[in-house]
Each structure stands twice: as structure tokens, then as C-alpha cells.
Design a protein around this ligand. Sequence first.
Ligand SMILES: *Cc1c(COP(=O)(O)O)cnc(C)c1O
Length: 419
Amino acid sequence: MSDGPTIAGMTAAELDAADPLAAFRDEFEIPDGIYLVGNSLGALPKLAREYVNTELDRWATLGVEGHFTGRLGWKDYHELVADQLAAIVGGHRDEVVAMNALTVNLHVLMVSFYRPTPQRHKILIEAHAFPSDHFAAESQIRQRGFDPADSLITIEPRAGEETLVAEDILAAIAEHGDELALVMLPGVHYYTGQVMPMADIVAAGHAVGAQVGFDLAHAVGNIELALHDWDVDFAAWCSYKYLNSGPGGVAGAFVHQRHINDQSLPKFLGWWGTNPATRFEMATEFDPIPTVDSWQLSNAPILPMAALRASLDIIERAGGMPALRAKSEKQIEFFDRRLEETLAGRVENITPRALHERGCQYALQVLAGEGKHVFEALEEARVLCDWREPDVIRAAPVPLYNSFADIDRFVDILDGIVA
Ligand SMILES: *Cc1c(COP(=O)(O)O)cnc(C)c1O
């Protein structure tokens, strides 16, 4: 195809042959079968073995001196990933840090950005939030002496619909107005795959005087983000999904520049947030690092950080998010076409149709019911995807390592099962 960007009519083999990222598949160890579950656990970058082994060797030979020795000294190790993470989320270097786990970061950031008063005490989340996010918000409310029955408000899809309507989110923010302390929504919904209108949500939240934070678990490494320019107050994400850092990998956090040196913000403190030049003098006066690093509590877990570095190096070499998203959009077009040709009327994707409202994840419903059985038959056929209650098979072609042929075979196998 030489005319324009369209891929209409091209076969999977032609698309794979023309794919500038095709070779990256070889940089991963992918389980046997068709791996379409990078939305849950990204595949293993081969480079991770090397980077983790380097740290094991340094541990073996240097022992405690590994903290202070060389460019990769463990005490500064988190700084090695900050630039790459910042590029992925559209933040500045001083706004982004790798630390903790996702739910921990939501808590740590809510300590700073959920500051309820008797007048302004509500948190807006969505009714079908990932349970961890719901629990985190609910427990933060209780912790401050408020009652979730009054202070936790949820936004739902319209009756009979699966995804949220942008105007409904903005209207809910306006409605709760000066009682709203915090809006905390996903960047991409874990179940439906819907991309939220993040910039509009931030503007609406700020217009009523609320803080706005995002859980980017399903957004980071999947869609292009511009957290700084969108004026997002804070965000958190895990890195084991689209950032391929391995099970339980180190999460990330973003705090907008304008908050970083606000000493009036309440904050949980730890020794990794204080000035590294004086940290080891063991003084008990906290001297905050003038970046988001001041939110760090503990020294970084080096082995998972090494695995994360490996993946970030590969993403950077692949051309970063613009390159990944460009391929992803082609894969979406191809996947849509194959579903429509093959499974129309039998399997429906509830993910929104418009490109700006979706990432690479599909949320498939089997219209005749029996979705769970179809999912089990997919597993039998060594198609790795996942089932989410009540009713969805999630399948995510990840542009970094999934081929067009993966999508093609998935649709054929699903067709065989549903027939
Ligand atoms: C994956 C995911 C989590 C997982 O939280 P952890 O703290 O990493 O265990 C939380 N929230 C959302 C929205 C997720 O998608």
C-alpha cells in the first residue's frame, strides 16, 4: 500500500512485513501461545535478565559498597529511570519518580492532595473503580474523620451503557462544586478500556477548586500522556502492565511542578525524601529534595528497578510512545476490521470506537452469553487473555511485542469457538 496511511485490505503478513517495530518482538520472552494479556502483566524483556544479573553480581562482589559505587550506585538508582518515565507520561524530570507500589502511591499522594474540610470533603471516583482505588479513597476518607456515605461520590455509566459519557463526568464535577476536594479517576478504564478525557476533567476539577489525580495503571505505556501540560495535580501507576517491569514491579508517581516546593502540603516523610548530600549524616531535620523525589520514603528495591530499566531502555529505542501509539492505531484498525468481518453480531467490543477514547485493550462480550466458557476455551487453545467479571474477555495487542498475526490468529480461534 503506498497511498496514505490506510491499511485497508492489507493482510496480517503484509502488515507485519511493513512494521518498523516488528523486530522488537525478539527482545522479549513470550509464553507459548498467543499472548494478549500485556494489559495485566507485560512480557519479559530479555534485557531484564542482564540488568538484574548485573545487580546480583554487584551485590555479590561489592556488598554494601554497591550503594555508593559507580554510576549505578544503588543510592541514586531511581534517578536512572526518571527521564524515561517522564517522557512516557509527559512530565518533567522533577515531576516523576519510580517508587513503591501503585496503591501505596495513591495513599501517599492522597495524604498530600486530599485535604478535606467540613465544607469541602468529597472525593469523586467512578462507580466501577478498580477495587483497590475504591478502598484507598474510602479509607482515606475515614482516616480524616469523614464518612464515605457522605464523602465518597461515584459516577456511573448511563442506564444500559458500559462506558462513561464525558459530559456526565464534567457535570458531576460541577454539581458537587465547592464540596468537592478531589477527583480521582483512571486514565484508561481497566474493564472497558475507555480513555478518560483527562485534560477536560482537570479543567473542570480546577474550575470548582478541587484537586485532580489519575490512576494510570492502564494508561501508562499504552496511550500518549501529557500530565504536565494537562495540569494534572498528581498521578500514580504500576509498571508491570504496559511497562513490562515484572510481577509486583516498582510503581511510579507524578506531582505537578507547581506543588513540589509547597511546604504547606501535608506529606508522609521518609529518609529517601531528604537531601541526599546530608542524608547519611543522620540528622533528623527533614531537608526536602526540591523535586517529587521528596515524596520517596524508602531506598529503592534495586532488582525490580533493574528490570524496569531494561524495559524503559527498549521502549526508548523503539521510539517511545509516539512510535508505539502509531503502531497501536494500525493494530486497532486491523483488529476492528477482522472482528467486523468475522464476528459481527456474535462478539461485541464495548471499548469506545473513537481512537481518542481507546488504547490497545479490547473488552469483548459474547452476545449469546457463555462468555466465561468461551474464555476457558481460549485458554485451552493457549490464547492468553483474561476474564473480568461480570462479562468481559480482555485482549490487548501490545505494539511493542504483539504482531498483526497474533490478532489474526486470535480472531480465527475465537471465531472457531463461538461458532
Ligand atoms: C492493576 C491495577 C491496580 C493494582 O494495584 P497494585 O497496588 O499494583 O496492586 C490498582 N488499580 C488499578 C486501576 C489497576 O488497574
